[in-house]
Write a protein that binds this ligand. Structure first.
Ligand SMILES: O=C(O)C(=O)C[C@]1(C(=O)O)C=C[C@@H](O)C=C1
Length: 278
């Protein structure tokens, strides 16, 4: 549909406010219609038992809106508004609680990221460790765990990504969704669902390296397989393990992975690439 020419705004304050009230009513009408459709989706079981949370679909909605965004409203404000709209729609479809680790320090980032992504009203449940947060998702007590992004600093205890073993658990989103192009995610969302491709995705690979697989060697092997890592970390304790973020959507049976020479390799998850802030 061609863009309608926008009528010139009224010049006096009172008329401007009347116009804003009219627009708010129209927005509200549309929001009510949107939530009716979501209710229909839930009650008619149009999803056939599929999970309610569809992070790939959410990313596509936000990308489309950012793409068409004109005018003075900041991209961050658009994302903020729709994150709340989507959170309301998730809440409408059933219990939706987010597990976060509550040990202070870097874990606070996880709570902040969870709030920003899943909205102010979505219940967060704090667990003493990232492992307990993951266990709550695996056990169905919570829908998603939001965990701080891995770093290379050696801690005595293993990192959550080193012990993400429960079947079905996958990293399904990188947070925040709006970020500078070369920034590393600050947190990851983990759920028990198979992510859908969005056209621009990234994946997390967990690698158990052999003694000859130094960090540069792992990077070179991945690059030669067409999976150049955006970043790669390696930890030695309690046993050597590396984690790489690579471009693209990787299904469980990705053929490029079968030829790689590592003793063990696992796709921890695959998720939509974040969008630039500007
Ligand atoms: O499309 C769906 O499956 C929905 O449930 C709707 C909706 C939305 O509000 O747009 C809500 C939650 C999902 O994560 C994705 C999208």
């Amino acid at each position: 549909m061609p863009d309608q020419p926008t009528p010139p705004p009224p010049t006096d304050l009172a008329s401007l406010r009347v116009e804003i009230d009219r627009i708010d009513d129209a927005l509200h009408d549309l929001l009510m219609r949107r939530s009716d459709l979501v209710a229909h989706m839930a009650s008619a079981r149009l999803k056939g038992g599929a999970p309610t949370f569809r992070p790939g679909r959410e990313a596509l909605i936000l990308r489309r809106l950012l793409q068409r965004n004109r005018g003075a409203m900041a991209r961050a404000a658009i994302v903020r508004l729709w994150r709340e709209i989507i959170a309301a729609s998730l809440a409408q479809q059933g219990r939706f609680t987010i597990a976060v680790p509550d040990a202070g320090g870097a874990d606070c980032v996880a709570s902040r990221m969870a709030r920003a992504h899943f909205g102010l009203l979505t219940p967060l449940k704090a667990y003493p460790t990232p492992f307990r947060a993951l266990a709550s998702v695996a056990g169905g007590e919570t829908a998603v765990a939001v965990l701080p992004a891995p770093d290379e600093a050696e801690q005595p205890e293993p990192a959550w990504w080193m012990r993400m073993e429960a079947p079905g658990l996958r990293v399904v989103a990188a947070l925040p969704f709006l970020a500078p192009p070369d920034a590393r995610p600050q947190a990851y969302a983990v759920a028990t669902l198979v992510p859908e491709p969005t056209g621009r995705d990234r994946s997390l690979l967990r690698i158990e390296p052999g003694p000859e697989h130094t960090r540069p060697r792992i990077a070179a092997i991945l690059e030669a397989a067409g999976l150049p890592p955006r970043w790669l970390i390696r930890r030695e304790s309690p046993s050597p393990m590396a984690l790489a973020e690579v471009p693209g959507y990787l299904p469980d049976d990705e053929p490029r992975l079968s030829a790689l020479p590592f003793p063990r390799l696992q796709i921890l998850g695959t998720y939509a690439e974040p969008e630039p802030e500007e």
